[in-house]
Design a binder for this molecule. Structure first.
Ligand code: CUA
Length: 310
């Protein structure tokens, strides 16, 4: 996860800007060190090096090093960064081509909606490779910042506002993202993945994700479904095709097809899923999900049901 490993034209521009800024800052730094050294070696000698000994020499020094060079360097960096690269990495004004994904920041996870077909997922954003994706960034609570350094710059998620960015991956791959604006206790555990796939693979994923949840397979899974629907779970989570239509927590319709739980905090396997349902606060203190008072058999039943939601 580094802005210096760009995988899109926008992030190539950002990486180039970074190297130019490093170069400019390096030259200024070395210049300042050189002046210090000259001062050190000339200590005790009257006058200034290059400028001589007069009132005008003092003024020349102030104008050259105190004003001239800083103004030139800062104006040049402003033009390149704010006017050129910021403008270039702005989302294009027309979004008629490609695909739109709405990502909503929550304390502390990411909701991803594909409005065209109604697919909803969390923390793992699938996109087709080599296709510009129009990404709409919103928040359900406080300010978050959506950042996939290998694909583009950050975009803040501001309450009451929708911001846009273009996501584009030059090749298929998994690109890690991270919330880049402090948003509370679990800000550090607000990570996500952008999974860029070849177009046919993405289309398969999308159409599978648009389907409602599969029916429970076996008696234990059916019991798990019943426990889920009769407890607080159904008030906070949606499982498409069931009475569970809560919107506080992540959509669980295809939970088992995701690789991680709790925004990349733990892997999504039976063991971690069980630990998470039993005591979310142990894995992610401050998370909005409470632990439930359930019997061992009920826990196992819920885990079996959710682990079957592919
Ligand atoms: Cu969300 Cu930091």
């Amino acid at each position: 996860m580094s802005p210096l490993h760009p995988h899109s034209p926008d992030s190539h521009d950002i990486a180039t800007l970074w190297w130019w800024m490093l170069l400019a800052a390096g030259i200024v730094f070395l210049g300042a060190v050189a002046l210090l050294l000259i001062g050190w070696f000339r200590r005790g000698e009257p006058g200034l090096p290059f400028f001589g000994e007069s009132e005008r020499a003092n003024l020349g020094l102030v104008i050259t090093f105190g004003m001239g060079i800083p103004i030139v360097v800062l104006v040049a960096l402003f033009i390149v960064s704010d006017l050129y690269v910021l403008g270039k990495t702005d989302a294009p004004t027309s979004n008629s081509t490609g695909l739109t994904v709405t990502v909503v920041g929550h304390q502390w996870w990411w909701e991803a909606r594909y409005p065209a077909g109604g697919a909803v997922t969390a923390n793992e954003i699938h996109i087709p490779a080599r296709t510009p994706v129009n990404l709409l960034a919103r928040t359900a609570d406080v300010i978050h910042s959506f950042w996939v350094p290998e694909l583009n710059r950050k975009i803040d998620m501001i309450p009451g506002q929708t911001n846009r960015i273009e996501l584009y991956a030059e090749e298929a791959g998994t690109y890690r993202g991270q919330c880049a604006e402090f948003c509370g206790l679990q800000h550090a555990h607000m990570a996500f993945r952008v999974i860029a796939e070849p177009r046919p693979e993405f289309e398969r994923w999308l159409s599978a994700s648009e389907r409602p949840a599969r029916a429970p397979d076996g008696a234990e899974a059916s019991e798990g479904r019943r426990v889920f629907m009769e407890n607080a779970c159904a008030g906070c989570h949606t499982i498409a095709g069931t009475p569970a239509q809560g919107t506080v927590g992540p959509d669980l319709t295809h939970l088992a097809s995701r690789q991680t739980l709790a925004a990349l905090t733990v892997p999504n396997d039976r063991r971690e899923l069980g630990r998470w349902i039993r005591n979310p606060q142990e894995i992610k203190p401050g998370a909005k999900m409470p632990g439930l008072e359930l019997s061992n058999a009920q826990f196992h039943a819920i885990v079996t049901y959710l682990a079957g939601l592919r």
